[in-house]
Design a protein around this ligand. Structure first.
Ligand code: CA
Length: 143
């Protein structure tokens, strides 16, 4: 079954179902995470879904599943995305990362994705599961 998704390794052998993003406790802080997007199947490609939420390109972004509760983007945490760690320094806060108009399958085409979380001080630190790294809608086609 051909699929695309986030992986923990550039060989695309370990799919990510969750990403533990521990930044710091009460004092806040900044931490970078790296992961990979792609498909181990080199006979397919991902293209934007013409009926989807962004028909022009595939984007990666952080989504808050419960605004006003848990962790909120823009108030408690700021995120940045880039394809290199150095790129995080100049990436725009809370802005999707474009992967272009197609992503080719195969491990050679895996896209390295860097995520930086900048966390404000937390008076009541805890574990939150309301933030989700996701993509705009895409479909998988043969190449
Ligand atoms: Ca939230």
């Amino acid at each position: 079954m051909a699929y695309f998704g986030f992986f923990a390794d550039p060989q695309l052998t370990t799919p990510l179902t969750s990403l533990s993003m521990v930044v710091n406790a009460q004092t806040g802080g900044t931490k970078d995470f790296v992961l990979y997007f792609g498909s181990p199947d080199s006979t397919v490609k991902a293209v934007p879904d013409p009926q989807g939420n962004n028909p022009n390109e595939i984007q990666v972004y952080l989504r808050d599943l419960i605004t006003g509760n848990g962790h909120d983007i823009g108030t408690e945490v700021i995120y940045r995305l880039a394809t290199t760690q150095a790129g995080l320094d100049t990436a725009t806060d809370n802005t999707p990362l474009s992967l272009g108009t197609q992503v080719l399958g195969g491990t050679a085409n895996a896209i390295e994705i860097w995520l930086r979380l900048i966390e404000n001080p937390q008076p009541n630190p805890g574990n939150f599961t309301d933030l989700e790294l996701t993509t705009t809608d895409y479909i998988v086609q043969g190449v």
